[in-house]
Design a binder for this molecule. Structure first.
Ligand code: NDP
Length: 297
């Protein structure tokens, strides 16, 4: 019997291994490694951890990692100048500006300055538009990772009733679009949705991207549904104890009814960096005009 728990960590590790092999093949053909530039402004502790992890994963996958750590008081113009320099740098295939930026900087105009074909985070409006209209662009890493896990578990998603809880530009909306592209029937729920438990109860696929600890209760889940929990919520446990991470879904309750469910941690989280590497690999191939067989890896 297939295990209920969807092991995103193991899936991501296999994906990263395949990416590493393909990065080696790319380097042999192109005479250079795929390159990812990560820009961090300021010293937000969570961002520092993410940037460190991304650097290590990039190098481990046989790609070149360019790190730019700028002081918290960096001006908008200086940041835009760096982005422009990276746009023009042939060794750089992907550019990622770590968010959130300090308050005095305008995130939207920084994202808009990244060349869409190097926007491996998939946040540029051109890439959002390509996703919406069926063009070839880059999809935000977290929802792309979710769809990979869903397709791996369910195969064909055609005709499935899917509910995405959350409508952010980086998770909820692209997630809904990806499900629609797979011919699922998609409902997008949000903070104004009426009778959310009833909406969830109808769904064959539930994707929770809310940011509220264990909000989705076990008895909201239709028996046999597949549950993807994107949420990462820190629960402080008092002095001397490490904070606990929980998702947006009550795992214990939902697991009893679901056919399959992602845990937190170890579910969606590890997929995000793996897809970032995948997008960088794809960007490198497109920029060099080299065919990458099986784009999705
Ligand atoms: P946002 O805060 O941008 O969006 C949250 C969404 O949830 C909004 O659309 C909001 O609705 C909706 N919402 C809030 N409260 C409710 C409610 N009571 N009922 C229904 N909907 C509600 O969050 P993100 O999309 O950026 O992230 C969501 C979660 O995913 C977070 O926990 C985040 O940490 C996690 N995350 C995990 C990643 C990973 O790698 N695993 C990557 C990115 C995010 P409205 O629009 O009406 O306000």
């Amino acid at each position: 019997m297939t295990e209920k728990r969807i092991d995103g960590k193991a899936f991501a590790a296999r994906l990263r291994e395949r990416i590493g092999e393909r990065a080696g093949e790319f380097a042999a053909k192109a005479g250079r490694q795929p390159g990812l530039a990560v820009v961090q402004v300021g010293e937000d502790p969570a961002s520092q951890v993410y940037v460190r992890n991304k650097h290590k994963a990039t190098v481990d996958a046989g790609m070149e990692s360019f790190e730019y750590k700028l002081p918290a008081d960096t001006s908008q113009d200086a940041l835009l100048d760096l982005v422009e320099q990276l746009n023009l740098d042939n060794a750089v295939d992907g550019i990622l500006v770590q968010l959130p930026l300090p308050n005095h900087l305008d995130e939207q105009s920084v994202i808009a300055a990244i060349a869409p074909d190097k926007d491996v985070d998939g946040f540029h409006v051109v890439n959002a538009g390509r996703l919406a209209t069926g063009g070839e662009g880059f999809v935000p890493c977290t929802p792309y990772g979710c769809i990979m896990l869903l397709k791996d578990r369910l195969g064909d998603l055609s005709g499935k009733d899917a509910v995405v809880i959350g409508r952010s530009n980086i998770v909820g909306k692209p997630m809904a679009q990806l499900l629609l592209n797979e011919n699922a029937t998609v409902t997008i729920a949000h903070s104004r949705t009426k009778d959310l438990p009833d909406v969830v109860r109808r769904a064959d696929i539930v994707v929770a991207a809310v940011g509220r600890a264990e909000m989705v209760k076990g008895d909201w889940v239709k028996p046999g549904a597949v549950v993807i929990d994107v949420g990462i919520n820190r629960i402080e446990r008092g002095e001397g104890q490490k904070a606990k991470l929980v998702g947006d879904v009550d795992y214990a309750g939902a697991e009893e009814r679901a056919a399959a469910i992602t845990p937190v941690p170890g579910g969606v989280g590890p997929m995000t960096i793996a897809v970032l590497l995948r997008n960088t690999l794809v960007a490198a191939h497109r920029r060099e005009g080299i065919t990458l067989a099986g784009d999705g890896l």
